[in-house]
Design a protein around this ligand. Structure first.
Ligand SMILES: C[S@@+](CC[C@H](N)C(=O)[O-])C[C@H]1O[C@@H](n2cnc3c(N)ncnc32)[C@H](O)[C@@H]1O
Length: 355
């Protein structure tokens, strides 16, 4: 299990590492129970967790100088510190990080700044272009950055990125889940609240998982996780960030549903973490950074008698691919992996990438 690396600029407490002996124990038990299959979930209660201090700086301060202005319009960007925390804790420099639904490329940009190689796929051509431009910006600071963005459907991951099969150390990604939690707002005096930048591309386009029903989102995301599992090296990790979501004020426990998708895709859930969207101050207080829209929604619900609270965190689900017998014999840590990796720069992959 990778340890916290000193180059990460935040001062988060390290994620609690899972002892290697425990990993081996779980894998061996899975093998013997499933008679040859290593695809089995951890026993109940063995999933650990930790709290990530990922909003000590505001989202704007985290993105300043690292993302082009057009990035702002994306309806559901990941907080850069969430991606950076996962990358710093589950990979070592030089390893390959993937985001199959990369949006403006937050995972890729943060990976690049941490000295990792990065590859991303995005369905919407516009956001793929923005991600490519953000990587160009990262290259100005670090010319050696090895990263690439592709436009396509993540449900076809193995067709789009066959060349990195078995080589990815970490996937950091976030599914789209409807417009209710997304976007920005402006207040027009006397004209009420106007929402904008809350939709993805053409809402009739069923290729974008944001535009299909909840059950199809879950089945589509299961396919994406299955593809990710094939691209990961044995023992590689997937970090999925997401929030519970409300539909007509009813709580939809999306994290629990996505956890089920992961196990269905043959992955082992190893941690369920909390990435704070709130600042922890010197007096031990948690100061939420909820958007205007979220506060406005809460105020209206409370006026109707529903005592909702502001959600001040994202859930981060961590999955791991099973280890093979051969890997279980290897020394600990991602740097010790004996899997071949492509020595060609990612920019030279045969698939057509976004310039
Ligand atoms: C929650 S956003 C991810 C944002 C990203 N983490 C960032 O920081 O910019 C989900 C992204 O998935 C993309 N997407 C939706 N369906 C997709 C598909 N079938 N294949 C690839 N990307 C898809 C959306 O266009 C959107 O940009």
């Amino acid at each position: 299990m990778p340890q916290a690396t000193p180059e990460f600029p935040g001062d988060d407490s390290p994620t609690v590492p899972i002892p290697r002996a425990e990993i081996d124990r779980i894998d061996r038990r899975a093998r013997s129970r499933a008679a040859g299959s290593v695809h089995e979930i951890s026993p109940p209660g063995s999933v650990s967790g930790s709290v990530w201090m990922t909003a000590q700086q505001s989202p704007g301060a985290q993105r300043k100088g690292r993302y082009i202005a057009e990035s702002t319009a994306h309806p559901a960007k990941m907080l850069p510190a969430v991606a950076a925390h996962a990358i710093a804790h589950y990979t070592t420099p030089g390893e390959l990080v993937l985001d199959p639904m990369c949006g403006i490329g937050t995972t890729l940009v943060e990976a690049a700044h941490l000295g990792r190689r990065a590859i991303g796929l995005e369905y919407e051509p516009h956001w793929a272009q923005v991600a490519a431009a953000n990587l160009d910006l990262a290259r100005r600071a670090r010319p050696e950055v090895d990263a690439a963005v592709f436009q396509g459907d993540a449900r076809q991951l193995l067709h789009v990125l066959p060349e990195v099969r078995g080589q990815v150390a970490l996937v950091v990604t976030s599914p789209p889940y409807g417009p209710s939690t997304h976007g920005q707002v402006s207040v027009v005096p006397g004209g009420g609240v106007h929402k904008y930048h809350h939709l993805y591309g053409n809402t009739l386009d069923r290729g974008n998982l944001a535009n299909i029903g909840h059950h199809r989102l879950l089945s589509g995301f299961t396919r994406i996780l299955t593809g990710c599992a094939a691209l990961l090296r044995p023992g590689g990790h997937i970090a999925v960030t997401l929030r519970p979501w409300r539909e007509h004020a009813e709580l939809i426990d999306l994290p629990a549903q996505i956890q089920a998708c992961g196990t269905h895709a043959g992955l082992i859930p190893v941690e369920r973490c909390v990435a704070l969207l709130a600042r922890h101050d010197d007096n031990g207080q948690i100061i939420p950074r909820g958007s205007f829209f979220q506060r406005d929604f809460l105020r209206k619900q409370r006026e109707r008698g529903l005592p909702l609270h502001l959600i001040a965190h994202e859930d981060v689900l961590i999955f791991r691919t099973p280890l093979t017998e051969e890997d279980a014999e290897q020394p600990t840590g991602p740097a010790s992996t004996n899997h071949t990796r492509t020595s060609r720069p990612l920019a030279e992959l045969a698939t057509e990438q976004v310039a």
